[in-house]
Design a protein around this ligand. Structure first.
Ligand SMILES: [Zn+2]
Length: 479
């Protein structure tokens, strides 16, 4: 190779290197990275577990065993690890609980990380969903953002602490768990809390499945910590009628009766409410607003709630509306059997996201009243798991903020109430304060969890590993 050819080759190699490290469009430069050997380990674990199809029908056994082998190779003893199959009913739903022993200063801090994923059909994707593909600055594959990225980050961070000989003040537990996406009884944390409480008896829970940073227009906007969730309740509204011939209609009619009730629902607003989380949230986002919006948000952060302000804010913004009260909306409708027969029945599905603290019975009674007609029968479709709010503890929020700021200075850290559900409802219901904190940031115009071509930005993945390491260290050291 001539001198100039060598120089050209070198320049090409440098360019390649540069493009491999540059963040893809829409992504700011990542935060600090773990050391190279830990990056490699995190990458290898991530690849390995994404390529295991741990969907509901197959279970989490293979992922749990793969992680078990990784911890074993890193020096964890059998006494520090427990593979927990959910026998006898769901033997392929397997949990893995790993513990890094501390000095016994307080109850353990525990990460809960679900290993299951929703399924993906190869024909819907442009890449094979259960193959780990690196392309254009992203890792692709089912689970790369929900939440095998966080599973790999927790595993790599815990192994790094072990290798460094770090002895935490209190034990660090990581529970890699089964069947979050589908399970109720057999959901991993629910099952462990019921059958193996000694393994998971923590004083504090971190759940990376929910809460994290938001990126808008290439900028890091804020970092949210989920401390409470709305309760998911679905109701059926039914009417029945003796039916008859459509040539002889009568005033009584199953469709008209149901429709009348649904129109009432469309005009009804559940009372506006706030809780410790949403008040702190409004106070935090008020700092980023100006004018009328700022004064409205400041008003919402105060008690007692000014219902007129809440109504104004809710009516101007569907996302705000969702966190200011219970919402119920008709989502499905079915009635009649034939065009020339009076309908013998009509039924509607009404989906509710209920403000924390309101019960099934209260919500049902309100809907029955709103329907305005005792002939509309309202019933709850499936039982729900109620969970209390984790009132944001300034010590925990402060520790999270410190770690966030050590990586991304100046970002606002705020508690949030989520409209969706995660495993934190089970740990909260068991009385353990639980925080949704993931180190991975999201570009909110490009959320692909559960969707096609799910992916994770490469730099974001490695800084998640570093974040998890720092947060484990911080929370297990502070009391
Ligand atoms: Zn998830």
């Amino acid at each position: 190779m001539s001198h100039s050819a060598r120089l050209a080759a070198l320049a090409a190699a440098l360019l390649l290197g540069a493009s491999a490290n540059a963040a893809p469009p829409g992504w700011p430069a990542p935060g600090p990275m773990p050391p190279a050997d830990n990056q490699q380990l995190a990458h290898d674990i991530f690849k390995q577990i994404v390529e295991i199809r741990s969907v509901h029908s197959i279970g989490t056994r293979a992922v749990a065993q793969a992680l078990y082998a990784r911890f074993k190779a890193a020096g964890f003893t059998d006494a520090e690890m427990h593979l927990v199959p959910e026998t006898p009913n769901w033997p392929n739903q397997v949990n893995l609980v790993v513990r890094l022993k501390g000095k016994g200063k307080g109850k353990p801090v525990m990460w809960i990380c679900h290993m299951d994923v929703v399924d993906a059909r190869p024909q819907d994707w442009s890449l094979p969903p259960f193959k780990f593909t690196e392309k254009d600055g992203y890792f692709y594959g089912r689970g790369t953002s929900d939440m095998k990225d966080e599973d790999a980050a927790a595993a790599a961070a815990l192994i790094r602490l072990k290798k460094e000989g770090f002895v935490p003040g209190r034990d660090i537990i990581v529970a890699f768990t089964a069947d979050e996406e589908v399970g109720l009884e057999q959901d991993g944390p629910a099952w462990l809390l019921k059958h193996n409480r000694d393994l998971v008896d923590a004083g504090l829970v971190m759940n990376p499945d929910g809460g994290s940073g938001e990126i808008v227009d290439g900028k890091r906007l804020d970092f949210s910590v989920e401390t409470v969730q709305k309760t998911y309740m679905t109701f059926r509204w039914e009417t029945a009628n003796r039916g008859g011939h459509s040539s002889e209609p009568r005033p009584d009619n199953a469709i008209y009766e149901l429709a009348g009730g649904l129109v009432n629902l469309s005009r009804f607003q559940f009372p506006y409410k706030t809780n410790a989380t949403t008040r702190a949230y409004f106070a935090a986002i008020a700092q980023m607003a100006s004018g009328q919006k700022k004064s409205d948000l400041v008003a919402l952060s105060r008690e007692p709630l000014d219902a007129a302000v809440a109504a104004r804010v809710a009516q101007s913004d569907v996302a705000m509306n969702a966190i200011l009260h219970t919402t119920c909306v008709a989502t499905m409708l079915k009635a009649g059997v034939q065009e020339n027969a009076l309908p013998s029945s009509a039924d509607a599905t009404v989906q509710c996201r209920v403000f924390p603290g309101e019960t099934e019975a209260e919500t049902l009674a309100t809907l029955q009243k709103v329907a305005g007609n005792p002939d509309i029968k309202v019933s709850l479709l499936e039982p729900v798991q109620p969970a209390p709010e984790t009132v944001p503890d300034p010590k925990v929020m402060g520790a999270v903020a410190e770690v966030v700021h050590s990586m991304w200075p100046g970002v606002i850290v705020l508690p949030e109430m989520a409209a969706g559900a995660s495993d934190s409802i089970f740990t909260r219901a068991a009385g353990i304060p639980s925080y949704g904190v993931g180190g991975g940031w999201s570009v909110i115009s490009d959320i692909r969890a559960h969707g096609r071509d799910e992916r994770q930005e490469i730099g974001n993945f490695y800084s998640t590993v570093e974040f998890t390491y720092r947060l484990m260290k911080k929370l297990s050291t502070a009391s």
